[in-house]
Design a protein around this ligand. Structure first.
Ligand SMILES: N[C@@H](CCC(=O)N[C@@H](CS)C(=O)NCC(=O)O)C(=O)O
Length: 210
């Protein structure tokens, strides 16, 4: 958006949580100055936010870290086009989904990553977490039945989930982070997931503001 709002985004290559923010910023047409950091040197992001994780945004002197907090910040500052439903009950459903995603969906791949980094991974724990991940794809298939996006119009739920679910459809060979390999290997997209496959393609075609 020429002459529109401009913010600085600290991000890293392949970062799922940064892609959430890139999708949201592009949806709102917000211009971004992108600062690409390397995990080997977090000094720019530490200097601005006092911690080393990305994404972080700097917006008119205000610094916000954590991707979900950033989505809420963007919605408050630039309500249109919206990321959250206007109707309060439907907004509650989206907030509940995001909370579930952060606490429940992410837990299995996070635990798998910890386990696979051990010298002798507990195979039964690995198998339990793998089957949870497989089963969870079915939830997304149901949520997308008869609609193009999670909860209706494109919004915060899609921004939050897509960067993790996209690995079900494959990964860039240059992206070799263990967490991403786990997402690619243990989310097998099958013939029983046509809605999910179409959504991954649809959201994948959207712009990101980087
Ligand atoms: N809850 C935070 C998590 C941020 C986070 O873990 N970011 C990753 C990139 S996706 C990171 O900075 N990783 C570097 C590291 O863990 O050392 C959010 O949603 O933004």
């Amino acid at each position: 958006m020429a002459g529109g709002p401009s913010i600085r985004l600290y991000r890293a290559q392949w970062s799922t949580n940064c892609e959430r923010v890139g999708l949201a910023l592009a949806h709102k047409g917000i211009e971004v100055q992108s600062v690409l950091i390397d995990y080997g040197d977090r000094s720019p992001v530490e200097a601005v936010s006092g911690q080393g994780l990305v994404p972080v945004i700097e917006d008119a002197g205000e610094v916000v870290n954590d991707s979900v907090a950033i989505l809420h910040h963007l919605e408050r500052r630039w309500p249109n086009p919206a990321l959250f439903p206007a109707e309060r009950a439907r907004r509650g459903e989206v907030e509940l989904f995001i909370d579930w995603f952060e606490r429940v969906y992410k837990q299995a791949p996070n635990e798998l990553e910890d386990e696979l980094e051990r010298e002798h991974p507990d195979e039964s724990l690995v198998e339990r977490r793998r089957s949870e991940m497989r089963a969870r794809l079915g939830v997304f298939e149901l949520l997308l039945d008869g609609r193009d996006h999670l909860f209706g119009d494109f919004g915060a739920a899609d921004c939050v989930a897509y960067p993790f679910l996209k690995y079900a459809a494959g990964r860039d060979p240059a992206d070799t982070e263990l967490f991403h390999l786990i997402l690619a290997d243990h989310q097998p997209l099958g013939d029983d997931h046509p809605n999910l496959a179409a959504w991954i393609e649809r959201v994948g075609e959207r712009p990101r503001a980087y």
